[in-house]
Design a protein around this ligand. Structure first.
Ligand code: FE2
Length: 400
């Protein structure tokens, strides 16, 4: 019989290695929290700030709420509001030009605003191009402090020390990381997500679920990340359908999704991710498949591939989705865990890969780039190039 009511650390295998845990600065979480942005910046002694956001948030009046709050607190503010999906090296350079005299950079939006804000914070104090800082801890001077205000429950960038920037010259999504870009303040206000359309809610929510599941099943898990990942899955699993189907009115589900996405971000800060992200990044860089859509499609296929490497944790996932696995073997319960995510994908308004122009001819190049993914060594199961080709083929059969 499985014990799904508590974590069994006998499956936490690597008790000899040392792990570090460096949480972010402050978190302000709750409905209406964004209105307090100016007040919070004032407490931090900020005199001048740069806001990084996009035209969608300007149009829906969300950027204006933050602008009013910040300028109302007597803080000078410059605004860059031209962020686009998959923010690029060039976008980062434009933000740097604006943020040179600022005390803080505020990223308002999804990863496409928070990540270039983080990258610009590095360049303001270190100089050069963000290409010089690809990888982990490549900068020496402390970046400008970062305030992150997510407007979707997805990326978790508000509480991770990572940013992903698109290098269009190389058709490559470039990871940049270091504890200096962990936001000094995360302001998480579920109200900011109420007006998100169903398709964006689904894609970003599936990204958050992928973070939680990949963190829970990676080779780098440790007890703190496990606790966070478990709670993230338990929050996201029952909330994701309600926020997609009735996200304008189910405020409790919006709250749970934002909390789940944040916890998942913390979880993968130490536990890392897996090959769903190795597969998703080239799909974004080469075919402009939105990050959450790519992960939504890859996640169940990757879980099925990985399941045998750590069946106990995949069996736990069935329980976190509310399935009764009493009397099942661990392997049977693990299969139920995978099936839960296949069924969830069926219910999500996610487009198939073919609608982005992905064909079998392109799989070789996608697999080559997936092999270069930084999270491949962290995945529960070793993965070869041929494995990636077979996995992409399976992903192409979904949502037809
Ligand atoms: Fe992600």
């Amino acid at each position: 019989m499985l014990n799904l009511s508590s974590l069994d650390y006998s499956v936490f295998k690597d008790k000899k290695s040392i792990f570090s845990w460096a949480p972010s600065g402050a978190i302000l979480f709750g409905n209406g929290a964004a209105k307090r942005t100016g007040e919070e910046l004032k407490k931090l002694g900020v005199k001048k700030a740069t806001l990084v956001t996009d035209q969608g948030l300007v149009k829906f009046g969300i950027a204006d709420k933050i602008i009013q709050s910040v300028t109302g607190a007597g803080i000078k503010l410059d605004v860059y509001d031209e962020c686009k999906p998959d923010s690029s090296v060039e976008t980062v350079d434009k933000i740097v030009a604006l943020a040179k005299d600022s005390d803080v950079v505020i990223g308002l939006g999804g990863g496409s605003s928070m990540d270039p804000a983080k990258a610009a914070a590095i360049l303001v104090t270190n100089g050069g191009s963000i290409r010089d800082y690809q990888g982990c801890d490549k900068f020496t001077a402390a970046p400008l402090p970062i305030v992150a205000i997510p407007t979707a429950a997805g990326t978790g960038s508000e509480c991770t020390p990572f940013a992903v920037i698109a290098d269009r010259q190389r058709a490559w999504k470039m990871p940049v990381g270091g504890t200096g870009i962990m936001p000094a303040l995360a302001i998480c206000d579920p109200e900011l997500t109420y007006s998100l359309p169903a398709s964006v809610t689904a894609a970003t929510g599936m990204d958050a679920l992928t973070h939680a599941i990949e963190a829970y099943t990676s080779r780098c898990t440790e007890p703190i990340s496990d606790a966070l990942a478990v709670q993230a899955i338990k929050l996201i699993a029952p909330a994701i359908r309600p926020v997609v189907y009735r996200g304008d009115s189910d405020k409790d589900a919006r709250y749970d999704m934002m909390m789940g996405a944040m916890l998942a971000g913390y979880a993968f800060t130490t536990a890392s991710l897996g090959i769903s992200h190795c597969m998703a990044h080239p799909l974004g860089a080469q075919y402009h498949v939105p990050h959450g859509v790519a992960n939504a499609l890859c996640l169940p296929v990757v879980m099925e591939f990985n399941m045998g490497a750590w069946p106990e944790h995949y069996a736990d996932i069935a329980g976190f989705f509310g399935e009764d696995t009493y009397g099942m073997s661990v392997r049977e319960a693990a299969k139920v865990g995978v099936q839960c995510v296949y069924e969830l994908l069926e219910d999500m308004p996610i487009k198939p890969l073919e609608s982005f122009g992905v064909t079998e001819d392109g799989l070789e190049r996608l697999a080559d780039d997936a092999m270069e993914g930084g999270d491949r060594p962290n995945n529960a199961r070793m993965t070869t190039k041929d494995d990636f080709i077979q996995l992409y083929k399976k992903v192409m059969t979904l949502k037809k």
